[in-house]
Ligand binder design. Structure first.
Ligand SMILES: C[S@@+](CC[C@H](N)C(=O)[O-])C[C@H]1O[C@@H](n2cnc3c(N)ncnc32)[C@H](O)[C@@H]1O
Ligand code: SF4
Length: 446
């Protein structure tokens, strides 16, 4: 199932889009000074391999690799800065993901952050966030992050059950996570997020319910509840999981539904897709007032954000194009050394793509498409211009998952929100033909 962090989805992008295309698109950034600018930094390193992991990461304890990575990052930052004719715009968001950004030591973090904001200054009220692994994140890291200006911290937790942790090769005592939550709050982090995964080996409804007891007691401000993606062609180590040890599909579904119920009972709001937040969190209010949007960094409250990515595999999402850097660390380094930017592939959106992207993104982030909004933006009527797609929502409407009004406005029902990715596929013109081995393109999901 496509995750729709982008439309067209990444498998549809092509390698004919190259570094020259990316440079040209970066140069146009300066023409849109009013659109918010966001920065993404990919730090690919981790100290040990979690056997479920499908992220782009490199397992290493060799300190030479991060040192070389920092040097290459400086060059990439300089090259991207030079390519953007944009001089005055302050970035309103910055996010570091991975891998594990806190695999870098505190001095390396300060130095990389400094290089980035020297080139791309941040707005005073910018939203600055980072993904951390509690097993490697020290007090000195927390202090360095706060000094830099990070305000939101997302922690990988996954599951607290010792048997599950052993099976996935990730021993992370509850007390260790709890201590980091406390430290982050004491240091002034405004928001703490936990990542959880359901569908891991040995999970049962009871075991995951115990994990949720601990999670709820630690009271993170936000939660991501991911479905375990079994993508053995990307993450070969997942082949070590015995089928018999993975929860059966019905158990998996019950774990998910049970978890949603527990989190709602504990006072969290369902933000959509995999995300939950406290009612006073800005994502919850953005969902209520219709300003919630979604991009590669997750949910956001800013409309029309242009995202520039740094590091191997990083994705940039400009107004009408996507670009991804080479995924392999060595290939990324070589390309940056020789040409400044390391574009692997990308995509230029046509007017038609932009329209379909708008429809999919409204459905996914807000659970609705407003016909008047559509008419104002695209100068045509939704009901007639998208009649075929709207009619394909008919069976879902009969099942009570979605309401389609006469003017074409769409509203996803509470039951339909769990299946919103499936509903969005009616607007997807790049969906692979199922006869065409589509399972190799997208991961399994709910
Ligand atoms: C970059 S990691 C988070 C930071 C840090 N590396 C850590 O693990 O603590 C991003 C998140 O992706 C999720 N993830 C990784 N592999 C996954 C998979 N196969 N299925 C579902 N979620 C996955 C995990 O929840 C993980 O916390
Ligand atoms: S889950 Fe996080 S820590 Fe584990 S291997 Fe993946 S990126 Fe690294």
């Amino acid at each position: 199932m496509p995750r729709y962090t982008s439309y067209p989805p990444a498998p549809a992008w092509g390698e004919t889009y190259d570094a020259n295309d990316f440079r040209r698109d970066l140069a146009e950034l300066g023409e849109r000074p009013d659109q918010p600018l966001s920065l993404y930094v990919h730090v690919p390193f981790c100290a040990s391999l979690c056997h479920f992991c499908a992220c782009n990461r490199i397992i290493t304890r060799d300190t030479a690799l991060p040192a070389r990575y920092l040097e290459t990052m400086r060059r990439e930052i300089a090259a991207i800065r030079e390519a953007t004719a944009d001089t005055g715009r302050l970035a309103s968001q910055q996010h570091w993901g991975g891998g594990t950004p806190t695999h870098l030591d505190p001095d390396q973090i300060r130095s990389l952050y400094g290089a980035l904001v020297d080139a791309f200054p941040m707005a005073p009220d910018a939203e600055i966030s980072i993904e951390v692994d509690p097993r490697v994140t020290t007090e000195a890291h927390v202090d360095a992050l706060r000094d830099c200006g990070f305000r939101r911290m997302s922690m990988g937790v996954q599951d607290f059950d010792p048997r599950v942790q052993e099976a996935v090769h990730r021993i992370q005592p509850e007390a260790q996570t709890g201590a980091l939550v406390e430290r982050a709050r004491a240091a002034g982090f405004e928001s703490v997020n936990f990542d959880l995964i359901y569908g891991l080996p040995y999970q049962t409804e009871e075991s995951f319910s115990r994990t949720l007891d601990s999670v709820i007691a630690l009271a993170p401000d936000r939660l991501a509840l991911y479905a375990y993606a079994h993508v053995t062609w990307v993450a070969k180590q997942q082949r070590g999981f015995e089928r018999k040890d993975l929860p059966a599909p019905t158990t998996r579904l019950r774990i998910m539904l049970g978890a949603i119920r527990r989190l709602l009972d504990a006072g969290y709001e369902f933000i959509g897709l995999d995300h939950f937040a406290r009612p006073d969190d800005e994502l919850a209010s953005a969902l209520r007032d219709g300003s919630l949007r979604r991009n590669f960094m997750g949910h956001t409250t800013q409309e029309g954000v242009e995202l520039v990515g740094f590091g191997p595999s990083a994705i940039s999402e400009l107004s009408d194009s996507y670009a991804q850097s080479k995924r392999d660390l060595g290939a990324w380094e070589t390309a940056v050394e020789s040409g400044g930017v390391a574009t692997l592939r990308g995509f230029r959106l046509s007017a038609d793509d932009q329209e379909q992207r708008w429809l999919i993104s409204r459905l996914i982030s807000l659970g609705s498409i407003d016909a008047a909004d559509f008419a104002q933006r695209f100068g045509k009527t939704l009901a007639s211009s998208h009649a075929t797609e709207l009619s394909r929502l008919g069976p879902a409407a009969e099942d009570g998952l979605v309401d389609v009004a006469v003017d074409g406005s769409v509203r996803v029902t509470p039951a339909g929100r769990l299946l919103v990715r499936n509903l969005a596929t009616v607007f997807d013109r790049y969906l692979p033909d199922p006869k065409d081995d589509g399972k190799k393109v997208f991961s399994q999901s709910v």
